[in-house]
Design a protein around this ligand. Structure first.
Ligand SMILES: [Zn+2]
Length: 435
């Protein structure tokens, strides 16, 4: 997040970068810093034997980002140390201002989309001398961690990793965006095409307020690169994500004294229990459908037949067509005890990100770029949703999981591998050029 400008006057013998002005807003020209003495060599795994001749551009970007690795770590640290739980508007807005500043420093045109109950969503547009449609870099800066988490889980750099709340999901990904754009501007003299960055503030709680913005912005873009964490320590990209639904089942029964009037009562808890057994049958692992009743509530005292009970149910689907079928099943539930009433609410809130040809096409491009340096990039299909589900659902080519490599998202061991930051940032930059 710190000012991201290369020092002037340094030259590189190998990169042969044009040294013209990098922008049109009265900023000084940025020449490429020397790559030879960065002191971070060996941070990227490159196999020279399998290297393709076209690897030059990726290598050039890697060399540049290597020189910026310390600044990148600093930037991630600053972000992690500004806690930003989805529901704490004030602290999320503070981080939003800091991010806006960082993007302005690399010449982004910043605008905020205000939201009543969440921090303002941040959109940054980068213009370019190109008729190509913009690429959307998509992410979020809210986290699942409450204010004060830093006290027991401070930012630290240990064992080749960065640790702390939100470091993987997805503050390192935001740093990748900033430094990928900087790398393109510095090594190429300008951006190869327009780029839009959209960072929302309610992704961890369902993206209700940001979804229309994400969809409207994505519709203007040729491709969407989602900089959410990659999958596993291998850093696989995500070419399929499940769709997500939330349902609440409320049961109304009849209250009665459990001893005096047992037969007059209709237990809402008993009815709910039977319904949950039925609902569990909706799970079809082969089809990628899972149902989980994660919360139950009901009753008042042991000696009262309960007249109210409810459950919150999480649904995951693999294909868009399954949404209607499952929704019908939920709404077709009938009470076992006809004295009870069922009330079902909710629905699918994220469509699945399906592994369509458009998605696979983007993945192949990424794979080909990586292969140029002998980097074998894999793909994964995951159960969790992201905002990429919305853009893929609109038919816009979307590639997810381009962010950091690490583990422990939403867990106390949340961490990212420092050694992967550089080449993943360079890959992101190359994708902006290529897709
Ligand atoms: Zn995330």
């Amino acid at each position: 997040m710190k000012k991201a400008r290369a020092k002037r006057g340094q030259t590189s013998s190998k990169t042969q970068v044009p040294r013209h002005e990098v922008d049109n807003k009265n900023k000084p020209a940025a020449g490429p810093p020397s790559h030879s003495s960065s002191g971070v060599g060996g941070m990227t795994r490159v196999d020279s034997k399998t290297e393709e001749p076209s690897a030059g551009r990726l290598r050039e970007l890697i060399r540049y980002v290597e020189t910026r690795q310390p600044a990148m770590v600093q930037s991630i640290r600053r972000m992690v140390e500004m806690e930003s739980p989805s529901h704490h508007k004030k602290s999320v807005d503070l981080l939003g201002e800091r991010l806006a500043q960082a993007f302005r420093e690399i010449n982004g045109d910043v605008q905020f989309h205000r939201a009543a109950n969440f921090g303002a969503h941040l959109q940054v547009d980068f213009a370019a001398d190109s008729k190509r449609p913009p690429v959307l870099l998509l992410g979020h800066f809210d986290t699942v961690w409450d204010l004060g988490t830093l006290a027991s889980m401070p930012f630290r750099e240990v064992d080749g990793r960065l640790w702390g709340p939100g470091v993987l999901d997805m503050k390192s990904g935001i740093a990748q965006m900033i430094f990928a754009i900087e790398a393109l501007r510095t090594t190429g003299g300008k951006l190869p095409r327009p780029v839009t960055v959209l960072l929302v503030t309610d992704e961890e709680v369902g993206s209700e307020s940001s979804r229309p913005i994400t969809e409207a912005v994505a519709k203007k873009c040729g491709a969407v690169l989602v900089v959410e964490p990659s999958y596993g320590l291998e850093g696989a990209l995500k070419t399929a994500r499940k769709g997500v639904g939330d349902y609440t089942l409320k049961v109304k029964g009849r209250a009665a004294h459990a001893g005096l009037d047992f037969e007059k009562g209709a237990s809402a808890i008993l009815e709910l229990s039977k319904q949950l057994v039925e609902i569990a049958k909706f799970t079809d692992l082969k089809q990628g459908i899972t149902v989980n009743a994660g919360v139950v509530r009901g009753g008042t005292r042991a000696n009262v037949i309960p007249d109210e009970a409810e459950s919150e149910i999480d649904l995951r689907i693999a294909a868009a067509g399954q949404a209607k079928i499952l929704d019908r099943k939920f709404r077709a539930l009938k009470p076992f005890d006809t004295r009870c009433q069922l009330e079902i609410s909710g629905g699918i809130n994220r469509p699945p990100l399906e592994r369509t040809e458009k998605v696979v096409g983007l993945f192949r491009t990424a794979q080909k770029i990586a292969a140029e340096i002998g980097w074998n990039l894999g793909e994964a299909s995951v159960g969790g949703g992201s905002d990429g589900n919305f853009t893929a659902g609109l038919g816009i080519p979307t590639l997810d999981g381009l962010g950091a490599v690490g583990e422990g998202a939403h867990a106390r061991n949340e961490s990212v591998l420092i050694s992967e930051l550089v080449r993943r940032t360079a890959l992101l930059a190359r994708l902006i050029e290529e897709v």
